[in-house]
Design a protein around this ligand. Structure first.
Ligand code: GDD
Ligand code: MG
Length: 361
């Protein structure tokens, strides 16, 4: 049987001040509808796994909000981690919990905060990935790169497997330098890793044990106590000792080097909505290219008034009126306690602002 796993942590710093540690990106309706990114992710995967086989791994501080947003999930399917230890621990915990139910189950791990334009094509691609996973491969989804993005993983693609839709992955390189990313894109042989993984839980846990023995041993202690009276004690004792590392570095780079990784083409309009400029590109705009997130420009009491302006991204989150006159190519984000104004081509640098704010305390 197939299980959907959604690791939901991280704060999405380039979407500050909307996305905060206390209310991260995946809980926000950045989809152009009322749905949050997390809700859209679960809905999109529903054709592959019902609620009973959908698990979310999230932190204590987000668990209540996640449960509220995903009211259809059984309570026990929200796995709560005591503190963030990055994606490997979260995904490994889900794999081990599933393995207790069904040792050879296939699971897919999907980022909580991506937008997909063509949901039907997406499901078809994942069906190919599931076939690859059943044969014992660690499957990834590869996106044709459009620019040398340094925040992604890169898959060096080799031959097709038996003439089918799966390609061997010869190298997995997480977050290369700009120069290396440039050379990858120019070579035409690399794809972006979409941050989605499909594998048999037993295959993944064996690879974890080979490459990350300490993490694997800790997870297996926690899994052995899962759903018993000792669960909280063991979790509290072992979780803080687990290495803080993402699954890309911890498992995928080494698994690709060992010839265990393959990929399918993700031609379904994938977008990692990491910053406000990208959001403005992806969501629909008015004729002047202005995108207002969740605002109403036409009603009697508009929260936003835009005149003689173009290519704006406006997020009127506080409920106050935001007015713009005679400006272009700007991001304006108004929240209760902070306002961001910056040109669209500086959207990536918002992360630096957040780092500076953190340093100031
Ligand atoms: N539960 C939990 N706990 N989830 C976490 C944690 C954690 O401590 N840290 C990260 N996650 C979740 C995120 O919420 C997201 O759903 C997923 O794990 C990936 O983490 P990100 O922090 O968003 O990773 P990334 O964007 O830097 O890189 C990954 O995604 C890229 C595509 O967007 C990698 O897989 C890259 O290779 C990939 O290109
Ligand atoms: Mg991400």
């Amino acid at each position: 049987m197939f299980y959907t796993v959604i690791p939901a942590g991280g704060s999405g710093t380039r979407l500050w001040p909307l996305s905060r540690a206390g209310h991260p990106k995946f809980l926000h309706p950045l989809t152009g509808t009322d749905e949050s990114l997390l809700q859209a992710t679960v809905a999109r995967l529903a054709p592959l796994a019902p609620a009973e086989r959908t698990l979310v791994v999230t932190g204590v501080s987000h668990a209540a909000a996640v449960a509220r947003q995903l009211a259809g999930l059984p309570e026990g399917n929200i796995l709560v981690e005591p503190s963030p230890r990055d994606s490997c621990a979260a995904i490994a915990l889900a794999a081990a919990v599933i393995a207790r139910r069904e040792p050879e189950a296939v699971m897919g791990s999907f980022a909580a905060d991506h937008l997909i334009a063509d949901g039907a094509a997406y499901v078809e691609v994942l069906k190919d990935a599931i076939v690859g996973a059943e044969s014992g491969l660690l499957m990834t989804v590869g996106i044709n790169p459009t620019h040398p993005e340094t925040g992604y993983g890169y898959l060096q693609c080799g031959d097709t497997i038996d003439g089918g839709p799966l390609l061997r992955v010869e190298e997995f390189k997480e977050k290369p330098s700009f120069e290396v990313a440039e050379s990858y894109v120019a070579s035409g042989r690399y794809r972006w890793n979409a941050g989605m993984f499909v594998w048999r839980v037993d295959v993944f846990l064996a690879e974890l044990a080979r490459q990350q023995p300490q993490l694997a041993a800790g997870i297996s202690r926690i899994a052995a106590a899962w759903d018993t009276a000792e669960q909280e004690d063991v979790l509290g004792e072992v979780w803080p000792t687990l290495p803080k590392i993402s699954v890309d570095y911890a498992v995928m780079e080494g698994a690709a080097a060992a010839g265990q990784v393959a990929t399918v083409s993700g031609d379904f309009g994938w977008n990692d909505v990491g910053d406000f400029h990208t959001l403005g590109e992806v969501l629909s705009t008015d004729e002047a290219g202005n995108m207002v997130l969740g605002g109403d420009t036409s009603g009697d009491k508009p929260k936003v008034l835009i005149r003689d302006s173009s290519n704006l991204v406006v997020v009127p989150h506080s409920g106050r009126l935001v007015a713009a006159l005679g400006v272009r190519d700007l991001i304006v984000v108004d929240t209760d306690d902070a306002v961001l104004v910056c040109p669209r081509d500086r959207a990536q640098d918002v992360k630096q602002l957040v780092d500076e704010l953190k340093q100031r305390g």
